[in-house]
Ligand binder design. Structure first.
Ligand code: COA
Length: 210
């Protein structure tokens, strides 16, 4: 499994993911999106990657087949963890593995401003599988609040064992040998997926079984 930046040619994959009502049930306005909306997303992802070096990335298997997308949006105090996988890949532990990789990436690429170094997540009320993923990778429920006019449970990365505090926020120690190992590779090894030098995370897992 790999996490990579986007090519224009990924539009169809992204459009299919966002056109699926099952996948979209707890995302955005809870409805399938059009190809034009997916095109806007793709442009946004590519622009964010170019400007700040992180976005919601493409997740693919070792053969290049798209599994879903995962990465970060912006929130008040830092980054917001986000993921969406094609339903055929659910319940195999993949989102958990991806989320672990992203937590590690976040910790290894903390913003220089400590006030922006939080990692949070919003989950629409009822999306219990997503809550479970967050719990498994060390997030803690904070409160219930409205997010983009939708009732959501708000989570923040908290302090599993062997952690350190950064300006009041407890974070996983990225150098803890017990954390699932993740290789970080740069665009020099993946030049067609980024116009500027960027890191992309390689979750280091094998191909998902069909
Ligand atoms: C949420 C999502 C990413 C989870 O992906 P996944 O690969 O199936 O997640 P994992 O297999 O790593 O873990 C799922 C966990 O939730 C549990 N789970 C699954 N469905 C559940 C449900 N309806 N209620 C409670 N728990 C559930 C699984 O048993 C598993 O927990 P376990 O390991 O303790 O058994 C996937 O369902 C998805 O892409 N949904 C659509 C997009 C979305 O909602 N994204 C999140 C927006 S906040």
């Amino acid at each position: 499994m790999r996490i990579t930046t986007w090519l224009d040619s990924d539009l169809q994959d992204l459009a299919e993911l966002h056109a699926d009502p099952v996948t979209m049930r707890f995302i955005g306005h809870g409805r399938p999106e059009t190809v034009d909306e997916a095109r806007s997303r793709l442009l946004e992802y590519r622009s964010e990657q170019g400007q700040r070096g992180w976005t919601k990335w493409r997740v693919e298997d070792n053969d290049g087949g798209m599994i879903g997308r995962a990465g970060f949006g912006e929130c008040d105090a830092g980054r917001e963890l986000a993921y969406a996988l094609r339903p055929g890949h659910w319940n195999r532990g993949l989102a958990t593995e991806i989320a672990e990789a992203l937590v590690r990436w976040h910790l290894e690429h903390l913003p220089t401003d400590p006030a922006s170094s939080c990692l949070c997540a919003y989950v629409e009320v009822g999306n219990d599988a997503s809550v479970r993923v967050l719990q498994k990778v060390g997030f803690t429920f904070v409160d219930r609040r409205s997010y983009k006019c939708v009732p959501c449970d708000f989570f923040q990365l908290s302090a599993p064992s062997g952690t350190r505090a950064v300006d009041g926020n407890f974070l996983v120690d990225p150098f803890d040998p017990n954390v699932v190992p993740i290789r970080i590779r740069d665009s020099a090894r993946n030049p067609d997926r980024g116009g500027t030098p960027q890191d992309v995370a390689d979750a280091g897992a094998g191909s998902p079984t069909p």
